[in-house]
Design a protein around this ligand. Structure first.
Ligand code: HEC
Length: 121
């Protein structure tokens, strides 16, 4: 599966495929699909996806045990980023449809590009 994404990434030309940094990811993925649960004081495991700076908090210990990785996002390494793994496996959004392949690739490319807050090309 990962290989297919890498191939698609190359086909779609990396610099343009992630569009405009956090704002794009947020309006395409987090706002419509995640923040009804992942916001505010009671966000599951403190994972609040409403602001860029929240993405860098260390998630709870059980997540580390589950995935073996320590961060929600590892810049440049989507395959070690818990957020990508959850979406790719279809576990998130919880109770909802799996994200479209296009959106999953968008998230992948954004993390691969260093998960920038703003468009930096
Ligand atoms: C209907 C509510 C809901 C929606 C929508 C939702 N989540 Fe979650 N999310 C949860 C809950 C509840 C947990 C805690 C699950 C657990 O402890 O097993 C969770 C956990 C997580 C985790 C940590 C993994 C884990 O196993 O605990 C990540 C990462 C995550 N969500 C990302 C997302 C992303 C990204 C989206 C949008 C694409 C999303 N979630 C949409 C409710 C939701």
């Amino acid at each position: 599966m990962m290989k297919i994404y890498l191939l698609l990434t190359l086909l779609f030309f990396i610099p343009n495929s992630y569009g405009g940094g956090f704002k794009t990811i947020s309006s395409r993925i987090f706002e419509p699909k995640c923040i009804k649960c992942h916001s505010g004081t009671f966000a599951p495991h403190g994972i609040d996806l409403t602001a860029y700076e929240n993405l860098w908090k260390t998630p709870g210990h059980h997540l580390i045990l589950k995935h073996g990785y320590k961060k929600l996002i590892v810049k440049g390494k989507p395959e070690k980023s818990i957020i990508y793994l959850e979406v790719e496996s279809g576990e998130m959004p919880l109770g909802g449809e799996r994200l479209s392949d296009e959106d999953i690739i968008l998230l992948y490319d954004w993390i691969l590009a260093g998960a920038p807050e703003f468009l930096n090309i």
